[in-house]
Design a binder for this molecule. Structure first.
Ligand SMILES: [Zn+2]
Ligand SMILES: [Zn+2]
Length: 69
């Protein structure tokens, strides 16, 4: 859903499917690049690089990559 309840705290979204974490606690594995912005749930532009990947939200800009294991 796209409605916002404006409750104050930003809802976090699952990086794997874009749903709120209330609905999905995370369906990606550690090595998977995020596909959705965790802040707005919008689909990310993901560019795979030799060293990993870079993900970018159209609204929020570059998304921090998880620390390399
Ligand atoms: Zn998910
Ligand atoms: Zn975003």
């Amino acid at each position: 859903m796209t409605d916002r309840n404006g409750a104050g705290a930003d809802p976090e979204h699952c990086p794997g499917c874009g749903r709120p974490v209330d609905e999905c606690g995370g369906c990606t594995r550690a090595l998977d690049p995020p596909r959705f912005c965790t802040r707005c749930g919008r689909r990310l532009t993901v560019a795979v690089t030799p060293g990993g990947f870079r993900a970018r939200c159209r609204d929020h800009g570059p998304v921090a990559a998880p620390p390399a294991a």
